[in-house]
Design a protein around this ligand. Structure first.
Ligand code: NAI
Ligand code: MG
Length: 482
């Protein structure tokens, strides 16, 4: 029997007002594992009204001392560590990702609570004397009611990196987890309730983008939207959020370059480049899918990537042997398969891994890891975000050539540079128009480090100190002592 999940509104577990539900699938088998409330505008209204009331009454901020706000988050981190294995299995079941990756995600979730728990007591302002009589102060206050709209590739992390920063700042918070993967988002209220979070500070509503996400974005009672997802929806949110001049943080997609210079430590460059595309089924906004390789080592690189794709073991994420799970949905499988078809007509299909042969997984949403060689940077597969395990390898001549190609994209989320020449590494990093540049690595996103995009990859930053600042308003207080 599929579990019937419920919303968490004003401290109570409830169904959608109209009682409608939708199915949640195990992507490895296509089986229904749960049903969740199909929330609509009236559900959003109830959650926002409660979050607004608690914020406006000052029950949470300034009512709860910053030391206590911090302690609640630190306790939440401890609870997540205690429940790590259970939560990791839940995340793996819901997303399809290998269980070991689920454990890593949940471990980072625990740290996010701890990290922002530490920040709660370190939000300071500023002051300046203009002369003997006149001075001003700058106070930092929470922006108010924040809403998080999150995607399915790292469900618990994407929710927590917004939520923990928002709570540390003193905001109240409404979360709409992704319709594909609502399970771990609904664990967050249990964790925070046990940690001592007062009733009404945090609410979770499951549902679809147009019916549950859009009313949050349009709601006059919501002050800030933090969104991670597609560029198309990011634009919709900016447009409809403009009506109430909402603060928005948008973390959108990418088509990130990964540059392998001939003077890099080639085995680790090839290995790291492969991870940067194939990790998490390639369902990563910052995946380094445009792989630029110096002509002199190009053939070796393509062979190494094909070998890598062939050794990947596709399967059920809960099987410890699995190194790549299914994609998130049938829709996503079809979308990625279409791109592979397009790629076959645009470039050379250099090699592919193999699908699982387990009959139990016959209806799972699997796509084999795929390497395209001799790709032109203007090809569809080099321009559009695929969000699947598909690599495009592109040869280059010299530094100027590769920087020009790497920057020739509408996106600007991340980039990776592989070289042992420190000057070349830093000069290239300077020239790249991207929010994150890795040197001799690909994909690490430590909670301490700000995360966000240039150009059409987004607005604002999450994580790190910047991620907290985005939940704070600045109030200038002028004092005349004369
Ligand atoms: P999406 O952008 O539609 O969904 C992300 C979140 O936004 C979900 O919670 C969804 O319910 C919500 N949403 C959708 N439409 C909305 C609206 N009109 N108003 C408010 N909220 C709305 O992404 P989707 O459809 O799941 O995936 C499509 C593509 O988006 C992927 O193939 C990938 O290219 C990209 N994507 C990028 C992610 C990233 O990490 N930057 C994560 C997920 C998807
Ligand atoms: Mg969508």
């Amino acid at each position: 029997m599929a579990e019937a999940l419920q919303n968490y509104v004003d401290g109570k577990w409830v169904d959608a007002v109209d009682g409608e539900r939708f199915d949640v699938f195990n992507p490895a088998t296509g089986e229904v594992i749960a049903t969740a409330p199909h929330s609509k505008r009236e559900d959003v209204d109830a959650a926002v009204a409660a979050a607004r009331r608690v914020f406006d009454d000052g029950e949470w901020w300034p009512g709860t001392p910053s030391r206590e706000r911090g302690r609640i988050l630190l306790r939440a981190g401890e609870i997540v560590r205690r429940e790590l294995e259970r939560l990791a299995r839940m995340e793996s079941l819901d997303t399809g990702k290998p269980i070991e990756d689920g454990r890593e995600d949940v471990g980072e979730v625990a740290f996010m609570f701890e990290y922002y728990g530490g920040w709660a007591t370190k939000i300071d302002g500023d002051a300046q004397h203009l002369d003997a009589d006149r001075m001003f102060m700058v106070w930092k206050e929470p922006v108010g009611v924040a809403a998080g709209i999150t995607p399915w590739n790292y469900p618990m992390m994407m929710a927590t990196q917004k939520l923990a920063a928002g709570l540390a700042a003193g905001c109240t918070f409404v979360l709409k987890p992704p319709e594909q993967t609502p399970l771990t988002g609904l664990e967050l209220p249990k964790i925070l309730e046990e940690a001592g979070l007062p009733t009404g500070v945090f609410h979770v509503l499951t549902g679809f983008g147009e019916t549950a996400g859009a009313p949050l974005v349009e709601h006059p009672g919501v002050d800030k939207i933090c969104f991670t997802g597609s560029r198309e929806v990011g634009k919709i949110i900016m447009r409809s959020g403009a009506e109430t001049l909402k603060r928005v943080t948008l973390e959108l997609g990418g088509k990130s370059p990964n540059i392998v210079f001939a003077d890099s430590d080639l085995p680790s460059a090839f290995e790291g480049t492969g991870n940067g595309v194939f990790w998490n089924q390639g369902e990563i906004c910052s995946a380094g899918t445009r792989v630029f390789v110096d002509r002199s080592v190009y053939d070796d690189a393509v062979n190494a990537f094909v070998d890598r794709a062939k050794t990947i073991r596709l399967g059920d994420g809960l099987d410890e042997e699995t190194t790549m799970g299914p994609l998130i949905s049938l829709e996503q499988k079809d979308r990625v398969s279409r791109y592979i078809e397009i790629g076959t007509s645009e470039a050379k299909l250099a090699g592919q891994g193999s699908l699982p042969d387990d009959r139990r997984l016959a209806n799972g949403y699997f796509v084999a890891p795929t390497v395209f060689a001799d790709v032109d940077n203007s090809a569809t597969i080099a321009r559009e975000e695929i969000f699947g395990p598909v690599m495009s390898v592109i040869p280059f001549q010299d530094v100027d050539d590769v920087v020009r190609l790497a920057n020739d994209t509408e996106y600007g989320l991340a980039a990776a540079v592989w070289t042992t020449d420190i000057k070349k590494a830093l000069r290239t990093a300077q020239a790249l128009r991207a929010g994150i540049v890795w040197i001799n690595d690909s994909q690490p996103a430590p909670t301490e480090m700000p995360w966000g995009g240039y150009k059409q990859s987004g607005i604002g930053r999450e994580l790190g100190k910047e991620g907290l600042e985005d939940f704070l308003e600045k109030k200038s207080v002028y004092v005349n002592l004369a």
